[in-house]
Design a protein around this ligand. Structure first.
Ligand code: FAD
Ligand code: COA
Length: 411
């Protein structure tokens, strides 16, 4: 077993760090303050080849691994969480699903979009179907050679800036019979009926809009359905399998934010003097810094491991267990490390003139978006115990059925 990066990966990380420090870092505070999408950074990412890194060579990309992408995400997020998230969605999630499951024309089109800088939007969550994503009510009704979509998603990252959308919807055939859950490609600006709704006033990561996305008789040609390999009946499972890549990516943004906070705390502790010495001389802070470094290394190891499971056991995506484990740890670690790093800065950490409060606000997101820490623990426990758990739909249904039988027998 080799543990560590190849020389090529070291060079990739160096290139990403250089771009992040030179171009992305100086703009991070402004992106947060103005709550505006960092189009300049996106252009720089595109020019550097950091959008569409996972697109295979046959479709014009470099065909890099998820592991390679994590190296770029971490460096970007260490300077600007928003830019880190652009790299996630430019390489994982919707684009992963299309490049794996799509038809040739779908793959070609999606590849063109991300390689030219479009960060796709993935539309899963609905007001009444958050963690319980399988309860989504957005529907796609087959009408001849089109599907007509109606419904509403919310908290869609990139609403109003993304062009390519992958929409999870319940599919019904012409007779009205439900077929399962499928993914549909729609393009903002091209498909009438794809409507961007209200924007959320978010705590952090303010440079990417989180919006409602509404489908109002959105008529899509039938060939926009991205058919999951096991068919629509198991469509949700296949789509979520692809989504595991994005979970690793989200964990990596958390890691990068924490790494950025730690680097700043370490540097500040050597510069700031109190009691006639740099504050780094105080054991109370030394141990905080030591703990931060341990937590960061552990999170990085889990993330690299999760990313490296892609391609194993015939699964092109990261394993759901490893992805969930890494995101739980990295997201919770980032909140603690960002908070401790802010503490090292004293009052300066609490000022909006310094980056620490922004980093902490940004880091707070990752135990929620992309599957909450509670849901991911359920995913982990379910895999460990190899069964559906009572707190999930099927587990709950089985318990309810067993209860009904018991009551019937007692009567
Ligand atoms: P709920 O499901 O209502 O959960 C509320 C609380 O109950 C949570 O603490 C949860 O952990 C807990 N809970 C729920 N069920 C259980 C259970 N069975 N066991 C234990 N605890 C439980 N969605 C998209 O589709 N696309 C996006 O691009 C996207 N981007 C996002 C970006 C941000 C910044 C955020 C914050 C969210 C984003 N989301 C996106 C939505 C996100 O995936 C959901 O917020 C998440 O899945 C949780 O759903 P919810 O907010 O409705 O919480
Ligand atoms: N990777 C691979 N397969 C997955 C998966 C994943 N991450 N999540 C679910 N599946 C599969 C399940 O194994 C199951 O297949 P099975 O019937 O062969 O066991 C199928 O999809 C349905 O999942 P199940 O766990 O039975 O669904 P549920 O109705 O109990 O709901 C989830 C649980 C999956 C919705 C919940 O665990 C979840 O992930 N919620 C968060 C949603 C989310 O991350 N949103 C992010 C939006 S950006």
């Amino acid at each position: 077993m080799t543990f560590g990066l190849t020389p090529e990966q070291e060079a990739l990380r160096e290139k990403a760090r250089d771009l992040a420090e030179r171009v992305v870092a100086p703009r991070a505070a402004e992106v947060d303050r103005t709550e505006s999408y960092p189009w300049d950074n996106v252009q720089a990412l595109t020019d550097a080849g950091f959008m569409g890194m996972t697109v295979p060579k046959a479709y014009g990309g470099p065909g890099r691994s998820y592991m390679d992408v994590t190296l770029v995400i971490e460096e970007m997020a260490a300077q600007c969480g928003v830019t880190g998230r652009v790299v996630v969605e430019g390489n994982m999630g919707a684009i992963s699903a299309v490049m794996q499951y799509g038809t040739e024309p779908q793959k070609k089109r999606a590849a063109e979009f991300v390689l030219s800088g479009d960060k796709p939007a993935i539309c899963i969550t609905e007001p009444d179907a958050g963690s319980a994503a399988t309860e989504m009510t957005t529907r796609a009704d087959k009408r001849g050679n089109t599907y007509v979509l109606n419904g509403k998603k919310h908290w869609i990252t990139g609403g109003g800036v993304s062009r390519l959308h992958l929409i999870f919807a319940r599919v019904f055939d012409e007779s009205g019979a439900e077929q399962g859950i499928g993914g549909f490609l729609a393009f903002r600006g091209e498909d009438d009926g794809l409507v961007i709704g209200a924007r959320e006033p978010t705590m952090g990561l303010r440079g990417i809009p989180e919006t409602e996305v509404l489908f109002q008789d959105l008529a899509l040609p039938a060939d926009r359905l991205v058919m999951p390999p096991s068919g629509l009946k198991r469509g949700f499972a296949d789509l979520m399998n692809a989504y595991n890549a994005q979970r690793v990516g989200a964990g990596t943004v958390a890691l990068g934010l924490a790494e950025g906070a730690y680097r700043r705390a370490l540097a500040f502790s050597k510069e700031r003097e109190q009691f006639g010495r740099p504050i780094a001389e105080f054991q109370g802070l030394q141990w905080m810094l030591a703990d931060m470094s341990v937590q960061l290394e552990a999170a990085r190891a889990l993330i690299w491991r999760a990313a490296s499971t892609a391609g194993q056991n015939g699964n092109p995506f990261p394993d759901s267990l490893a992805a969930a484990q890494s995101k739980i740890f990295a997201s919770e670690m980032a909140i603690k490390v960002a908070s401790d790093a802010l503490q090292v800065h004293g009052a300066r950490g609490y000022s909006r003139n310094w980056p620490m409060e922004r980093i902490l606000r940004d880091a707070r997101m990752f135990t929620i978006g992309g599957g909450t820490a509670q849901i991911l623990r359920t995913v982990v426990a379910s895999r460990l115990l190899d069964r559906k758990l009572p707190q999930t739909r099927d587990g709950h249904a089985k318990l309810a059925a067993a209860d009904a039988l018991r009551i019937q027998a007692a009567e």
